[in-house]
Design a binder for this molecule. Sequence first.
Ligand code: AMP
Ligand code: ZN
Length: 665
Amino acid sequence: MTIEAQIQQLRDELNDYNYKYYILDESDISDFEFDMKLKSLQDLESKHPEFNDINSPTNRVGGTITKNFNTVVHDYRMYSLSNSYSKDDLMAWEERVKKLVDGDVSYTCELKYDGASISLTYEHGKLTRAVTRGDGVQGDEVTANIKTIKTVPLTLKGDYPDKFDIRGEIVLPFEGFNKMNEDRIEIGEEPYRNPRNTASGSLKLQDSSEVAKRPLECLLYTIIGRNLNIQSQIEGLQKARDWGFKVPNAAKLVHSIDEVFEFIEYWDVHRRNLPYETDGVVIKVNSFQHQEELGFTSKSPRWAIAYKFKAERVSTRLNEITYQVGRTGAITPVANLEPVELAGTTVKRASLHNADQIAKLDIREGDEVFVEKGGEIIPKIIAVDLTQRPADSKPTEYITHCPECNTELVRQEGEAQHYCPNYNGCKPQIIGRIQHFISRKAMDIDGLGGETVALLVHAGLIHNYSDLFELTKENVLPLERMAEKSADNLIKGVENAKQVPFERVLYALGIRYVGETVAKKLVKHFKFIDAIAEATEETLVDVDEIGVKIAKSVVEFFQSEQNKIIINRLKGFGVSLEISEDALANQSDSLAGKIFVVSGVFTTVSRDELKKMIEDNGGKVGSSISSKTSFVVAGDKMGPSKRTKAEQLGIEILSESDFLSLLNV
Ligand code: AMP
Ligand code: ZN
């Protein structure tokens, strides 16, 4: 088989697996096999740039940076939908429709997905352009970002027209949204408010690899174009499915307005089981012939109407506003409500987010408030029922001092949240920090749980995480529910934690904005805790992917006298605060500033190992040969075109053994 055919076969296979996995929800291949195939394809493509295709499945990982998004005019305007809120509204709409068209009218009912609308253009079966709705006439081109969304087919299947637009909604399913928020809370960032805003914000991120990390989905609902040979909405939906798009199965063809009501009633209940948010139903006249007869008003099609579900909303009394202090000192105001049934659960509390939110809605204790539940775990207050406000009500004064330690709160410019700055003396911060320290991805201390940490702090046995290493069995035995065996386990767990590698220790320290990935980067670059502690903002931002916000936070952490003492204690107890001998022996700066292109097949090390060796020694791995390339490392079967290019540009070609001797291995 020729290289080109191999590449094509891999692309076809990967597209097909992707389709089965993301669109049909079935899978006949393990993640591992998928990754292996993707790697082979990446390798072949980097060796043979002449076969590059912007729609290759390897482009889904992203990496394109867009500074300014181009504004483009839609070929077909993106209209709004007129809204309805009751059966009467719908019956009036049906009457208008029946006046304008002859004969029987059928309708397609679809769910109204709550996300960000998008218009995709396909030419010859390839995605060529993705544009946001904008003002309906023109929007922003966000193709690079959209390509990273797995449910957007890059290449179509079956019998598709040469050119068409297809429209849909980019949504962020609840599960992925909640997971993203857990990750954010873990590094001390504020959680995102709701899936819809997060989905629409994602489309305008500058770094497409960031978009690739978000579990977005694209649900399609309209095909537009000339000479498409499609006669109706329901037929269009089926064709879109056949070509590889994700079109939810809820869509249904009905023949009377009564059946429309049935559809609405059914989904008003069952939408609670859907993985993503919906806010209504869209009813469309099914026949395209009829649609043409009906046409558009200046804002929306006459042949379609949205029915908005009544939000799951109740009103109840706000008894009290209390304030919680998080691990990072962030203050979250909480509304304590008169318990009330909402969407199948009893609600007692709602998040108020921050001071601005309270001021904006003018929320006060004693108010009757409207509570709504979307996809988020905690319900939210959306308005105050002013007609019920008690005469003696006073505006809420946001607290000025920490409810736990009484320290005066601070609020940094540009931040929505107030913080308690009493890092070392505020109990919930101390407990939260130690709980983070022992957590699974950090020190993973077996035999010690979050509740025990709180008990230990309250008993005055520990004041920070370094104190854990001084605990004795005798100390902990008197604690509530602490048996002989659990005390032994606790002490053993703490002892074992001394073996945890430095990168996880650094993450465990709980420095704001230092998540697992950043911790790895810092350890690789600085190698010792002292080097990190002495780093300045300037030297920190020089490290790949470390921005000013992280740099500031790291510098601040190590400036604290208290933290210096804690780190010294950890050192004394034998906790790993430097990169291990093994990892270090394989690292150097000997290749700093050099860019390598690796090509061909190797015998003593694998391609990936070779690339890792380059990076471990400070070099960079480039994907294609250019004048910037320092060396080409050539294995067996290096592509002849690459060799020619390297020779033309006068770039030194190293054999596998040349390369290894360069590193003295
Ligand atoms: P509105 O923003 O209230 O004018 O509603 C119109 C928007 O609803 C469109 O721009 C689409 O993004 C969105 N929408 C969600 N689901 C559908 C659907 N099934 N059919 C048509 N539009 C939909
Ligand atoms: Zn405090």
